[in-house]
Write a protein that binds this ligand. Structure first.
Ligand SMILES: [Zn+2]
Length: 93
């Protein structure tokens, strides 16, 4: 499975995006190329293990279909803890 990041601007959803150096903490910073967009630079801080787009939906789908956390983690090749935290986050309280 290829682990790629499709990076789009969080404000306007536009692509392409340019890399724009790093923040003090070493987080990659990106710059939106859309001249009409207010967000000039942004950072992707929340992409770590669940790198595949739509993985969250798959985790939730499998949970709805009765798959256990261990099965879900094995099938999707992600960490068990990622499954648990994804399911917790998906339950909007
Ligand atoms: Zn933008």
């Amino acid at each position: 499975m290829t682990c790629y990041q499709e990076i789009t601007c969080p404000a306007c959803g536009s692509n392409p995006i340019m890399k724009s150096g790093r923040s003090a903490e070493g987080t990659q910073r990106y710059r939106c190329q859309n001249p009409d967009c207010n967000t000039k630079t942004f950072m992707l801080a929340y992409r770590y293990k669940a790198c595949e787009p739509g993985i969250k939906e798959q985790v939730v789908d499998m949970a709805i279909n009765g798959s256990g956390i261990r099965d879900t983690a094995r099938v999707l090749k992600i960490n068990k803890n990622t499954v648990i935290s994804t399911l917790k986050k998906s339950r909007t309280v």
